[in-house]
Design a protein. Structure first.
Length: 104
């Protein structure tokens, strides 16, 4: 997840009350990161410029506007597009509010 975490994207999304999704990818991933990023960006409701992909660590993130799409719909749409490239997704984390860090 760290390889596709972009603090500016997360901060912008959360301040707009949007949701950030983090996925693991499995499969050929033969496409270049830019190609996979364009596919993610084409999903309805994905915030412009928010998609991040790391082929090396098989991770993908994007933020969505919950008024335009749900987490389930965005995941289904993205998976439907990536299956054509031989890639399957696993939703790892949904972030819709700032993380709370507790000191032990």
């Amino acid at each position: 997840m760290a390889s596709v975490y972009d603090h500016a994207v997360v901060k912008r999304a959360l301040s707009a009350k949007h949701t950030v999704l983090f996925f693991g990818m499995d499969g050929r991933q033969s496409g270049k990161a830019d190609d996979l990023q364009r596919v993610a960006a084409s999903v309805k409701g994905v915030d412009e410029g928010s998609a991040r992909v790391s082929v090396e660590t098989a991770a993908l993130s994007m933020s969505i506007d919950p008024d335009r799409t749900s987490v389930a719909t965005a995941q289904y749409s993205l998976q439907s597009k990536l299956v054509l490239k031989g890639v399957t997704l696993q939703l790892l984390r949904v972030m819709d509010k700032p993380a709370e860090f507790v000191t032990p």
